[in-house]
Ligand binder design. Structure first.
Ligand code: GDP
Ligand code: IMO
Ligand code: MG
Length: 436
């Protein structure tokens, strides 16, 4: 199969190892483009023993020759981005307008968005979403509101921007004071700071959609890098415990400015178990010693916030739904567990039960907090797997587990990740042989 463009999306609740997979597949691509989310994302890449945590900069940045694009659908925080750019440069990674381009139409996360996010969460108490406090929801809310939004291109027109910001900040100050008794923000100070960000990044700010559309016409390979995970999608996830953008492959045309047919070959990333950060239903959650053991083995602490992740078993019901949503062609299975003496058996959820009724198909209207999981038990493997480089190197129990996942999802497991490093990756039933 001749694969041109590739999409990498998360199939669970985020942190599936998308960064690792994008880095592994990115080498042969001309462009790596983000299309959703913002600095709520934390994508880890491990290159020659060095760990990089990327939030806004696409994971192709570590491959020389790849042009990285932040699409119009991203909620762009210039303060985080600038820190990330400087951090990468200090570590010897080239970042300039030849390998990083930012959409002029991307919406800007402003200081008041972050404030709104955390104050709103505080005031909600038990009902909070458990956001990353990166201002994502309020930024997208202003995008939909239009009159109170700032786009990246606006920062390069200082006079208009300053005048517009005065009106917005006055508005926000009234809102934040009335709702949360917050101290007023100084619009002039914010304007100075953000005009400076616009100046520093001006050479990178452009019409990225047109660049990607030309690349599609010219047959240059694009990799679309998803943020978050399908179950956090604003439309199709476990609403309201979701993020605020379209994170599945359905979000690519709108979030990157390309036609739907250019989404290409879709790789859905899933861990061999499940994790979730923040509030919301999680049917296979193990809030017990098993969950603690999974967290310990998988080092499940947030890349962005450091919060301990909730851990549980692989949920094939939700996974099938997520894979169908993005039209997933093959699965990349990551963080294959090994060697924890407290885990004798790995479980896979194959169906839900509600009021004695068996449910095989995920339905977004299901009361997920009430369903019971139907599990299959699979013997755990105890031998280390980090040095496996082909399927046959894996212990027989691991191979049986992967075969079963393929069956349950009705899709090949193409990529198998056996550790954080770039080369701890093996191809199984994959159409991506030329990529790695
Ligand atoms: P992302 O948000 O989907 O990119 O995932 P994160 O980077 O937030 O979290 C995934 C974590 O798992 C990171 O710490 C990765 O380095 C790590 N990781 C990825 N693949 C593997 C793997 O195969 N084995 C192990 N043990 N860790 C992995
Ligand atoms: P990556 O790209 C895991 C979760 C938050 C919270 C909900 C809403 O690293 O997989 P938000 O700040 O977006 O308003 O929070 O979504 N969330 C993520 N969880 N990985 C992510 O990104 C996430 N991005 C958002 O924890 O539950
Ligand atoms: Mg992450």
């Amino acid at each position: 199969m001749d694969v041109k463009n590739v999409t990498v999306v998360g199939l669970q609740w985020g942190d599936e190892g998308k960064g690792k997979v994008v880095d592994a597949l990115g080498r042969t691509c001309r462009y790596v483009a983000r299309y959703c989310g913002g600095a709520n994302a934390g994508h880890s890449v491990n290159v020659r023993g060095e760990k990089f945590a990327l939030h806004l900069i696409p994971c192709g940045i570590l491959h020389p020759g790849v042009v990285n694009i932040v699409g119009n659908g991203v909620a762009f925080d210039p303060a985080v981005a600038w820190e990330e750019i400087e951090g990468l440069r200090q570590r010897g990674v080239k970042v300039d307008e030849t390998n990083l381009l930012l959409s002029a139409s991307a919406h800007v996360v402003m200081p008041y968005h972050k404030l709104q996010d955390s104050l709103s969460e505080q005031s909600l108490g038990q009902a909070k979403i458990g956001t990353t406090a990166r201002g994502i929801g309020p930024c997208y809310a202003d995008k939909a509101c239009r009159s109170t939004a700032i786009r990246l291109g606006d920062l390069t027109r200082p006079d208009e921007f300053r005048a517009h910001l005065r009106i917005i900040v006055e508005n926000k100050n009234r809102l934040l004071s009335a709702l949360h008794n917050a101290a007023p923000l100084d619009s002039e100070k914010i304007a100075d700071e953000y005009i400076e960000f616009g100046r520093r990044m001006s050479k990178m700010i452009c019409d990225t959609g047109s660049i990607l559309r030309k690349a599609c016409k010219a047959g240059e390979r694009i990799l679309f890098e998803g943020g978050q995970g399908s179950m956090l999608d604003v439309d199709h996830g476990t609403y309201p415990y979701v993020t605020s953008s379209s994170v599945t492959a359905c979000g690519i045309p709108a979030g990157a400015g390309v036609a739907p047919k250019n989404v290409g070959y879709v790789v859905g990333v899933a861990k061999s178990y499940a994790s979730r950060v923040g509030s919301g239903p999680f049917p296979t959650e193990q809030d017990n010693e098993i969950g603690n053991a999974i967290r310990r083995r998988g080092k499940e602490f947030g890349t962005t916030t450091g919060r301990p992740r909730r851990c549980g078993w692989f949920d094939a019901v939700a996974l099938r739904y997520a894979a169908d949503m993005s039209g997933v062609d093959e699965i990349a299975l990551t963080v294959l567990m090994d060697g924890d003496d407290t885990i004798e058996t790995f479980r896979i959820c194959t169906a839900y039960e509600l009021d004695g009724r068996r449910i095989d198909e995920y339905d977004p209207s299901l009361p997920l907090d009430k369903v019971k999981c139907v599990y299959e038990d699979w013997p755990a493997w105890k031998t280390p797997i980090a040095s496996a480089r082909k399927f046959e190197d894996l212990p027989s129990e691991a191979r049986a587990y992967i075969d079963r996942i393929e069956q349950l999802l009705g899709r090949p497991v193409g990529v198998i990740s056996v550790g954080p490093p770039r080369d701890a990756t093996l191809l199984h039933h994959s159409a991506l042989k030329g990529f790695i």
